[in-house]
Write a protein that binds this ligand. Structure first.
Ligand code: PRX
Length: 566
C-alpha cells in the first residue's frame, strides 16, 4: 500500500515530466485542470467511485461519485455561460465547506473562469477589499453569508451576479439568482474551455506586511506539481480515504483539498464543522481515514486532551499523517508517534508556491522539529539577507529561497507586477521565512522575515487590522503584532495610542473590539489590546512592530540601527 519504498529510486530520476506522463497532461490539447479532476477519472473507469463524502455540522451526510462531480461541475459551467460570464472573469466562491464549494471550483475552471475562493468567515471589509481588487464579476454564496455581500454590493460596480445555492423559495434581491446544483439541468457533454497550460486558473489572496492583501495568480499547469506532490508527499493512492482539514478559502484547501486528491482519483471526506476532539476522532474512525492532512494548531489542541480520547477510538486505519501551515513542534511529532504509532510529517509551502516544496517524505527518517528536505525538482536553499547568495555553512540561519520555474509557482500578483518582481532577488524567489539547513540537508524553520502574523496557520497582515482600528474615532495610531499562544502559536495583539481627550478603560476597549469585529475575520481579531502613550518609530516615522513583537516574545530586540535610519 502506498507509494513508499519506490520513493528513493524515483527521487534519483525525478523530473516534472514524470507527472506530465502519468496524467497524460496536454493529450488532445487538453490542459484545463478541471478535466483532470473529473472527466479523466471517469474515462479511466472510475466514474462510479466515490469522490466526496461530506458531513455537515448537524451530522447530515452526502456522497458524490466522480461521475456526479463531473456532471454537476458541467452544469455549473453551463449555468455561468448561460448568464453571459466569460473566460478569465473572476468568480468568487464564498461558502462554508459545502459540496457546492468543491464542485463549483471545477465548474468555474471548466468554462475558463478564474476562481477566487474566499474564506466564508471573512467580515464584509475583508470580503470587499478582495472583491474590489480582483474586479470580481460574480459570487457564489449561501443565505448564511449573503448579508455581508448585500452590504458591500453598492461599492462594487463590477459585481453583477450573486448566485445563491440554497435560496429555495426565499425572496432574493436585485442581482441575486438562485442556483440549486442538484436540480440543475445535467449536461453529459460540456465543451470544456481549451485553456492553455499558462492560462489563469486560481486566484488566492494572501496577506503581506504592508498594503492590502495580494492575489497570487496560478495557472492550469500547476496541476503537474499538485498531482505529483499529492502522490509522493501525501502518499495518496486510489485505495486511500483522505481527509484534508483545511478550508478551500485557503490554498491548502484547494491544492490538496480539491486538485491533488481528485486528479489522483482519491475518495476524500469533508467535515463542515468546527474543531472538536471527539468529533474529529469519530470522523476518522467512521470513514476509516487512511491519510490525514492537518495543521499544528489542531494537533496541539488534540495533544491538550491527551491519549485518552485517542484510545477511545479505533485509529488503526490511519497510515500517513502530514501537517502544514505553521511550525510543527518536535513535541507534536513525538506525541503523534506515541498515540497514533506514526509521526506527523511536516510539509512547508505557501500560497505563492502552489504546492509542497519542502517536506518529510513518507519513508524518510523524520527529525522531530525539522520540515524535511526539498521535494525533488525543487531547488531550495537559504540565502543571506544582504546579497541573497546561498549559505554553504550548515546550521547558519538565512532566508528560504527557491529557484524559479516549478510548475505550480504563482505567475504574478493580480494587478501588482511590481510587488511580484520584488519577491525575486539574485535569481531566487525569496519566500520571506528564515531557516537553517543541517549537514544532512534537512530544513529547520526559524520564523518569518516580516511582520505578518501566523495565527493557527492563517496569515494575518497587520495592515488590515491597523486600518480597521484607525477608523475608530478614539484611535490615533496602532500596531498589530503576534503574541505567543500555546495553541495557536501566536495570536494578534494590538497596541493602541489614543487621540487626545480619550482615556484608556475597559469600556473603550470593548467598544473598539465591537467596532472592528464587523470588519475583520475572527482570525484577525486581537486577543489582547494594550493602550500606550505612543508607539516606537523609526526616524522616518515607520512604526517598529518588530520591537513590540520582540518584547512580547521575551526576545532580544536586536539591531535596530537600520530601522532607526529607515
Ligand atoms: O511562514 C510560512 C508558514 O506559512 C506561510 C505560508 O502561508 P500561506 O501562504 O497562507 O500558505 C499556508 C499553507 C501552505 C509560510 O511562508 N508555513 C507554512 N508551512 C509551514 C510554515 N511555517 C513553518 N512550518 C511549516 N511547515
Amino acid at each position: 500500500m502506498g507509494n513508499i519504498g519506490s520513493y528513493e529510486e524515483k527521487y534519483k530520476n525525478f523530473e516534472w515530466q514524470l507527472s506530465v506522463k502519468e496524467l497524460e497532461y496536454g493529450k488532445d490539447g487538453m490542459y484545463n485542470l478541471a478535466y483532470y479532476c473529473s472527466e479523466r477519472i471517469c474515462e479511466k473507469g472510475m466514474a462510479d467511485k466515490t469522490a466526496l463524502i461530506w458531513e455537515g455540522f448537524q451530522g447530515n451526510k452526502k456522497k458524490y461519485t466522480y461521475n456526479d462531480i463531473r456532471l454537476y461541475s458541467n452544469a455549473i459551467a453551463q449555468f455561468l455561460l448561460d448568464n453571459g460570464i466569460k473566460p478569465e472573469e473572476r468568480i468568487c466562491l464564498f461558502m462554508d465547506r459545502i459540496p457546492e464549494l468543491y464542485i463549483s471550483f471545477l465548474g468555474v475552471l471548466k468554462m475558463g473562469g478564474i476562481v477566487q475562493p474566499l474564506f466564508s468567515a471573512f467580515g464584509e471589509e475583508a470580503l470587499f477589499t478582495r472583491l474590489e481588487d480582483a474586479s470580481t464579476c460574480a459570487i457564489f454564496t449561501t443565505m448564511k453569508h449573503i448579508r455581508k455581500v448585500r452590504k458591500i454590493l453598492h461599492k462594487l460596480p463590477d459585481l453583477k451576479y450573486i448566485f445563491v445555492v440554497d435560496a429555495g423559495n426565499k425572496k432574493l434581491e436585485k442581482f441575486e439568482i438562485s442556483f440549486n446544483m442538484e436540480k440543475a439541468q445535467l449536461n453529459e457533454k460540456f465543451d470544456i474551455y481549451k485553456a492553455g497550460p499558462e492560462f489563469p486558473s486560481v486566484l488566492h489572496y494572501t496577506s503581506g506586511t504592508t498594503g492590502k492583501p495580494k492575489g497570487a495568480m496560478h495557472v492550469h499547469s500547476s496541476l503537474i506539481a499538485q498531482h505529483i506532490t499529492a502522490k509522493w508527499a501525501l502518499d495518496l493512492t486510489t485505495d486511500d480515504i483522505y481527509w484534508c482539514t483545511a478550508d478551500p478559502g485557503w490554498v491548502t484547501g484547494t491544492s490538496y483539498g480539491i486538485i491533488g486528491p481528485w486528479a489522483s482519483g482519491v475518495t476524500q471526506v469533508v467535515l463542515d464543522s468546527g474543531f472538536n476532539t471527539d468529533k474529529w476522532y469519530s470522523f476518522i474512525e467512521r470513514h476509516k481515514v487512511t491519510i490525514w492532512y492537518t495543521a499544528p494548531t489542531a494537533i496541539r489542541l488534540l495533544m491538550k486532551e491527551g491519549a485518552g480520547p485517542v484510545k477511545a477510538h479505533d485509529m488503526s486505519c490511519l497510515r500517513h499523517l502530514i501537517s502544514v501551515g505553521e511550525p510543527l513542534n518536535a513535541e507534536a511529532v513525538i506525541w503523534s508517534q506515541e498515540v497514533f504509532k506514526k509521526p506527523f510529517h511536516d510539509s512547508y509551502w505557501q500560497t505563492e508556491t502552489g504546492a509542497i516544496v519542502i517536506t518529510n517524505f513518507p519513508g524518510m527518517t523524520v527529525k522531530p522539529g525539522s520540515m524535511g528536505t526539498p521535494f525533488p525538482g525543487i531547488t531550495a536553499v537559504v540565502v543571506d539577507p544582504k546579497k541573497f547568495e546561498p549559505i554553504e555553512t550548515a546550521g547558519t540561519v538565512g532566508l528560504i529561497a527557491l529557484k524559479p520555474g516549478w510548475p505550480s509557482m504563482f505567475r504574478t500578483y493580480w494587478n501588482n507586477k511590481k510587488l511580484y518582481d520584488e519577491k525575486f532577488k539574485n535569481g531566487w524567489y525569496i519566500c520571506g521565512d528564515r531557516a537553517s539547513i543541517d549537514n544532512e540537508g534537512y530544513f529547520w524553520f526559524m520564523g518569518r522575515d516580516d511582520d505578518v502574523i501566523n495565527t493557527a496557520g492563517h496569515l494575518v497582515g497587520p495592515f488590515e487590522i491597523e486600518s480597521a482600528l484607525l477608523e475608530h474615532p478614539a484611535v490615533a495610531e496602532s500596531a498589530a503584532v503576534g503574541k505567543p499562544d500555546p495553541v495557536n502559536m501566536e495570536v494578534v495583539k494590538a497596541f493602541i495610542a489614543l487621540k487626545p481627550g480619550h482615556e484608556p478603560n475597559a469600556d473603550l476597549e470593548l467598544d473598539i473590539m465591537n467596532f472592528i469585529r464587523k470588519k475583520l475575520s475572527p482570525l484577525a481579531m486581537p486577543q489582547a489590546i494594550e493602550f500606550v502613550s505612543s508607539l516606537p518609530k523609526t526616524r522616518s516615522g515607520k512604526i517598529m512592530r518588530r520591537m513590540l513583537r520582540a518584547k512580547e516574545w521575551g526576545e532580544e530586540i536586536g539591531d535596530t540601527s537600520t530601522l532607526e535610519n529607515d
